[in-house]
Design a binder for this molecule. Sequence first.
Ligand SMILES: [Zn+2]
Length: 494
Amino acid sequence: MDPWGPVARLPRQKIQELQDRKLRHFINRYLYPFSPYYHRLFDQSKINPKDIRAVADLRRVPFTSKIDFIASPPDGERFREFILQPDKEKIRAAWPPGKLAALALTAALRGQSAVEDKLMAEFKPSFMTFTTGTTNQPVPFLYSNYDMRNLSVSGGRMLDLFKIKSSENIVNTFPYAPHLAFWQVVFGALSANALALSTGGGKVMGTEGNIAVIQKMKPSVVLGVPSYVYHILREAADKKCDFHFVQKVVLGAARVTPAFKAKVVELLAAMGAKDVAVFGTYGFTEARSAWAECPAGPQGSSGYHLYPDKEIFEIVDPKTGETKKEGEDGELVYTAIDARSSVVIRYRTGDFVKGGISYGPCPHCGSTVPRISSDITRLSDIKDLQLSKIKGALVNLNHFDVIFSEIGAVDEWQVEIRKKNDDKFDVDEVVIYLCGRPGADQQDAENQLRKKLLLATELAPNAVHWVPRAELIKRLELETANKEKRIVDKRPKE
Ligand SMILES: [Zn+2]
């Protein structure tokens, strides 16, 4: 049984005590003895694991970041060093007498093989997902059976936050891939006993196929990547489909703005669905977990509800690494306290959270778990795309998303950055492709866009092209790629 109910209502003081205790236990019995990477890091940094007694002591541990998985030894297998690797001797040295006595008792009553089976289920990797960097090589994160239970737990908790009952049907359109989002939904639905059909997304069943199964199954819940769910709904609306049965839309693997939520609600209303709730979620491969919003009314956001018995989140200054206070902006840092197999602590997510973390009770559902603001932008995306400079100006890509979703007349968009005449020594050019919503005033939309772009990014596009929707969908690879090509950098790499 998942003790989510009691955890979600614990007073703040009790949550702190629980986290201190779990952190201490995790570092001393699992992480330091069994993780080759952290054993070395603690020794090199002269940290005695026994001195990490409370959440506040975590600050003494150096950060881990993406680069630590990539800056690899010659064999390129750095990820293995993050996997907990216990053996008999390490277990004997690290575990308390009571825990060892329990193992001895199991051996006496059911044989040594029963002990081995038990340890295997706890530690041996049996599942994996990969990170999805656009330029970096993918890094595998492994799960043991113990971690798979946690994956079910987080999925179940998300469904609980969305108030999805076991009688409801779900259509999951996340792309079928070894990525967290797809599997989080599969295991979450299983643990909540809800009937889910995972279509695999456009690449597997095609958009026609997705629409057909939605019509047939009449799910109250549709899940997927924002751009693809929107695409399905729009195609269905064009066909005058009746989607009155949809009550909840759950979006993941990308940022969801209030304006985007409003567009989804509007589209569904046109197909007969009333009072639809749109939820955002947040997750990342390294945590092997995802978090969710609770119902907060149209376009509102409760922030993502965390699992204080599974992890610790800190917000730090991205430049100095200093820990920020409640409600302050900063980079999200993650520490596992109930994990096996691939484990990271003080992991810098590269995600910047505006509004940081709050510890007060949720104004919408009353839960007392910490929450992170849903205004999250990926610092790492900027680095990944090397968009340090366009036309000599530093541009934050996250602005594009907000600007375009604010202009109601724009349905889909793509930004292309290229060199004039395809000559690498020539100046940068920014070309924008748009398709409008039916009846949109294109000239007015273009004027708004130019104004907003200039204000937010100091960029003036060289050209704005309005193209038919089918063409833009092809450009974006909405139906064929796992992640749409929203911003395309065609400049030759240095
Ligand atoms: Zn809530």
